[in-house]
Design a protein around this ligand. Structure first.
Ligand code: SF4
Ligand code: SF4
Length: 613
């Protein structure tokens, strides 16, 4: 049941006829009359250029000058078009953004509704809904959280040093935590496996060594970077702006506060045998099989290092090497060249569809694989078989144990692989991962990621405080039964237990306002301001229709594009804007069906392109 929103006459409505071009499609006189009679509406004003700063300010000022108008509904075009002008006005006249709601009467109405009459009726419907829902909104308060500007960087390799230097140049104090007794990471341990970086492996080794030495020199000289060697992260608590890391070294433990965390540990502990063989620290047998992609398809980073190793084993140690893989990924600078060199050196690459079997045969090993073209089983003997896969899940699990709320977001990786987000961002605000992750293999990429991450952190921390509106999800402590469903569902680890009240509690800093927790809470204890259950019920209404829940990041703008393209919507389509498709509660779908919807659609982003991860 929809709660009574009260009958205060405090809603003002602005209608924009887009330079009078919409007057042919919508009857603005009738619409104006109709809206003026709606319960709760104090005033309606028309304009022709809401996107123009001066007109925007004038029309809003004329609406609020009597002080009775507290809430504002805007019926215009796509909000992006007038966003800049509106933001300026809001600042100038002191409007509260929590009491503004806009609907698109151009692309979602005038341009798609067929006749003038249907467009006018549709405009009446969507503006009526907007008036009803805005009456349930409250003014948003701004809050500030003080943040620590220091940054903790975990790792001592190329990526870690690069990021630490960039952060220090932006004015941040950085603590660099390295588990080994020296800086340099993988690049020091196995420079020979960076062969893709130059036209031959010796040049590549030299290139990597020089770069590492250069960075070590810069880091050691930098007074803004504090280095802790032989140290490890034990645990990490807190959130963006106020993390606390517990770091252990040989005989001590310290708590390090930091505003942001960068994890740049070498995440590809390359197959030890390959490192030892190519380092010449163990005997190289005559016939070697290297097998890739058994655990899962390996990224470019692993392919790069395996090809580098194969080339060295053939060229320097005269070994006979065969590489078995499901796919070899060479889409990166230098990789195609390395692949050709490796093949020319005599390495055979065998593609398989079914995972090869490895059998013991006396002192030898037998690799048995089905030829994917002929279907014939081919057996071959080797002195040594190396499975070169890296178990990324195992590596990630080590981190997940240390950091509450961190979880893989795409293809087993902890960082975002998503058009919306920085590629080093994790699901936790303020925590970044970069470096030798599976697909970051070029020195240039490592450098770019380091600089981009440093800039992003600087943007977050530069003002010593972060301002928020209090529109994060809220928990009703009288309804919460502490079932923890919301904690499990929240993609950003924004929900904790309030020990005092024994309820769930949402962090205003970490909450990304996606609304998934509200959709999942079985007790109906969580509400997302602006998209409360009541407001969604109002949107659903009770007319027969096709109800479309549209994510405001993808489907909702796509509907606008459909309008711009002149596509006519099916009659009865009712578009309900939601912050994320994950906000749609199954109960909303049932409610829509019960209210007479013939079809219900939930439209969201492509898999792995959700900006909430
Ligand atoms: S899902 Fe709802 S009832 Fe369960 S802990 Fe979260 S707020 Fe409380
Ligand atoms: S709204 Fe989204 S980010 Fe915020 S607490 Fe709920 S699930 Fe987490």
């Amino acid at each position: 049941m929809i709660k009574d929103a009260g009958n205060k006459q405090d809603v003002g409505i602005v209608l924009c006829d887009c330079g009078r071009t919409l007057r042919d499609r919508i009857d603005f006189v009738k619409l104006h009359e109709y809206l003026g009679e709606l319960e709760g509406v104090f005033n309606v004003r028309c304009c022709s250029g809401f996107c123009k700063p001066k007109e925007n300010t004038n029309v809003i000022k004329s609406l609020i000058k009597n002080k009775q108008t507290k809430r504002l509904v805007i019926g215009a075009c796509d909000q992006e078009v007038f966003e800049k002008a509106l933001t300026e006005t809001v600042k100038n006249v002191g409007l509260n953004t929590g009491l503004l709601w806009s609907v698109n009467i151009r692309e979602h109405c005038a341009w798609i509704a067929g006749t003038k009459r249907t467009a006018t009726d549709k405009a009446k419907d969507i503006l009526t809904t907007a008036v009803q829902r805005i009456k349930l909104d409250s003014a948003l308060k701004q809050k500030s959280v003080r943040v620590n500007q220091n940054v903790l960087v975990l790792g001592g390799g190329l990526a870690a040093m690069q990021t630490a230097i960039a952060l220090s140049q932006l004015g941040h104090l950085v603590t660099l935590i390295e588990s080994l007794e020296r800086l340099g990471g993988l690049a020091v341990k196995m420079p020979q496996l960076y062969a893709y970086l130059a036209s031959n492996s010796s040049n590549a080794e030299e290139l990597v060594r020089n770069r590492v030495e250069e960075l070590i020199g810069q880091v050691k000289k930098n007074r803004r970077i504090h280095i802790e060697l032989s140290s490890k992260l034990k645990s990490l608590d807190g959130e963006l702006g106020n993390f606390t890391a517990v770091v252990t070294s040989k005989d001590s433990e310290q708590r390090i506060p930091a505003g942001a965390i960068v994890i740049a540990m070498d995440s590809i502990p390359m197959q030890t045998e390959l490192v030892e063989l190519t380092n010449n620290t163990r005997d190289v047998p005559k016939r070697i099989a290297i097998i890739l992609d058994i655990l899962a398809e390996q990224g470019r980073g692993i392919s790069a290092r395996v090809l580098s190793a194969a080339e060295i084993l053939v060229n320097r140690f005269k070994a006979d090497v065969k590489l078995y893989c499901h796919n070899i990924r060479v889409a990166a600078t230098g990789m195609e060249g390395l692949y050709r060199r490796t093949r020319q050196a005599g390495v055979s690459v065998v593609k398989y569809d079914s995972v090869p079997m490895i059998l013991e045969k006396g002192s030898k090993k037998l690799v048995s694989v089905e030829d994917p073209v002929t279907g014939i089983q081919v057996n071959e003997e080797f002195d040594l078989v190396i499975i070169a896969d890296v178990n990324l899940e195992k590596i990630n699990n080590e981190l997940l144990k240390l950091i509450d709320g961190l979880h893989p977001v795409s293809n087993r990786q902890l960082q975002a692989d998503n058009v919306w987000l920085n590629p080093t961002q994790t699901n936790l605000e303020g925590l970044f991962i970069l470096g030798s992750m599976p697909d970051t293999i070029e020195l240039r990429d490592i450098q770019t990621d380091g600089l981009a991450t440093a800039n992003e952190i600087h943007e977050l921390l530069k003002d010593k405080k972060i301002d928020f509106f209090d529109d994060a999800a809220t928990v009703d402590i009288d309804k919460c039964v502490l079932c923890l469903t919301c904690m499990r569902i929240c993609p950003h680890g924004a929900i904790n237990i309030d020990e005092e009240n024994k309820t769930a509690s949402v962090s205003i800093v970490t909450c990304q306002r996606c609304g998934m927790c509200a959709a999942e809470c079985p007790a109906g204890a969580i509400q997302l301001p602006r998209y409360t259950d009541q407001q969604i019920l109002i949107e659903i209404g009770n007319k027969p229709k096709i109800t479309v829940f549209a994510c405001e990041n993808s489907a909702y703008p796509a509907a606008t594009v459909a309008g711009i393209s002149g596509l006519q919507w099916k009659k009865g389509v009712q578009l309900i804007r939601v912050p994320c498709a994950g906000k749609v509660d199954p109960r909303d779908v049932l409610q829509a069906l019960e209210s007479g919807a013939k079809e219900v659609m939930i439209l969201g982003c492509h898999l792995e392109n959700c900006q909430y991860l």
